[in-house]
Design a protein around this ligand. Sequence first.
Ligand SMILES: NC(=O)c1ccc[n+]([C@@H]2O[C@H](COP(=O)([O-])OP(=O)(O)OC[C@H]3O[C@@H](n4cnc5c(N)ncnc54)[C@H](OP(=O)(O)O)[C@@H]3O)[C@@H](O)[C@H]2O)c1
Length: 208
Amino acid sequence: MHILVTGASRGIGRACARRFAREGHRVAAVARTAEQLRDLAAEAPLIEPWVADLRSDTVTGHFDVVVLNAGQYTPGRLIDVASDVFADMWELNVLANHRLARRLLPPMIERKRGHLVVIGSTATDAAMPHMTAYAATKKALRGLWEGWAQDLEGTGVRTTLVAPGATLTDSWKHETPPARILAPEAVADLVYRVIAEGLTGRRVIRAD
Ligand SMILES: NC(=O)c1ccc[n+]([C@@H]2O[C@H](COP(=O)([O-])OP(=O)(O)OC[C@H]3O[C@@H](n4cnc5c(N)ncnc54)[C@H](OP(=O)(O)O)[C@@H]3O)[C@@H](O)[C@H]2O)c1
């Protein structure tokens, strides 16, 4: 299969790219940092680096699987986070994914097959007082995914929302991570299972 993973230079996206390549799939790995993508591609020849800033660049093509993973986590309450910081998060977590889906879903629909995986968050479930701004963007993304699930009904194209709890990545560089935390590889294992077993719906994964 040919698989597109956004935000593949670090964290959950990198673990997903590695996992798919290990299973023999070609992976288009999208992120801004060329050096990290080059290192990743050096590890696994099936990984094709694709340097792009999803806030402005066009990423398009025909893929069997698309994993919309790139995201920004800036901690803070909605009433504290500056509007330009919120807009930055909104642009990547919401609008960039909307643009990508509009480009990447039509070729799948035409071929009547494919799988769109969206990386959400358990931040949409519970009141998390220190991250209400981020949670608002992830709730909007969940809303988009619900819309895509409806739009894709009867087309042959599947979609799944994978919602991880806290996962040990650079997202936590400004905060103390909780004691119970997922490894990015555990999320990648679930994403792989979603594709291998054709799982749809919302799939939550937590450390506890
Ligand atoms: N970590 C957690 O606790 C956790 C929990 C639940 C959900 N999530 C979700 O999981 C996803 C991945 O999170 P993570 O923790 O793995 O994040 P991360 O370690 O900060 O990595 C984010 C990835 O997105 C890429 N990225 C950021 N801005 C980009 C842009 N403008 N254009 C293209 N790529 C961009 C980064 O690469 P470059 O900087 O090289 O561009 C990097 O590869 C996010 O959607 C996040 O909301 C994370």
